[in-house]
Design a protein. Structure first.
Length: 191
């Protein structure tokens, strides 16, 4: 999870800078600048998580064997190049709300099961959703609606980003167990 988050962080900071360059004024610009700054400030916390867990470097991730780790960065990259400001803001608001909720839920479950979780990881993944950024995203969407900038594509951009987030969580959950030799055999060959 930490490896995938580090990969996402690197992609997102560049993506939000690209969105800011594409849309340099109004509430959307405030959102993209704020997101870029907020994510860059999270880097030390995420690095402490990686160190506490002995996580391999992000460069160890191989897209041919860890495609789910790359799904969210690919979705963010597509969004930053193709979405309008309101569609990007709606997608980002959906992403940040879902990610923060799911991260806190994961930490709650780990605590309930008595799993040993380093303090750096608990602190990082227990953070609440960034309300100021969620408010900026809502303002950017409202501005887009007022300006007639929201299209039918807005919902589908959010869907693309959330699908990438789902794959992020699939990667974070770890590899699925291989089917047992008996379970993998066709019924006609089983005992």
């Amino acid at each position: 999870m930490v490896q995938a988050d580090q990969l996402c962080l690197a992609t997102e900071t560049v993506a939000y800078a690209v969105l800011l360059a594409r849309f340099p004024s109004g509430p959307a610009a405030d959102l993209f600048a704020g997101l870029n700054s907020a994510l860059r400030s999270l880097r030390p916390s995420l690095d402490r998580c990686a160190e506490a867990l002995g996580s391999p470097p992000v460069s160890a991730l191989d897209p041919s064997t860890a495609a789910d780790a790359f799904a969210f960065p690919m979705a963010v990259s597509w969004m930053c190049l193709h979405a309008g400001p309101a569609a990007a803001a709606l997608a980002l608001r959906s992403d940040f709300a879902a990610y923060a909720r799911e991260s806190r839920e994961l930490m709650r479950i780990l605590a309930e099961t008595g799993a040993e979780v380093p303090e750096a990881v608990r602190d990082h993944y227990s953070m609440p959703a960034p309300s100021e950024l969620l408010d900026l995203a809502a303002a950017a969407v409202e501005d887009g609606v007022r300006e007639g900038d929201v299209s039918d594509q807005a919902g589908s951009v959010a869907g693309v980003l959330l699908a990438g987030l789902d794959r992020f969580w699939r990667f974070a959950a770890g590899p699925e167990p291989a089917p047992s030799a008996v379970g993998a055999c066709p019924r006609s060959l089983q005992g």
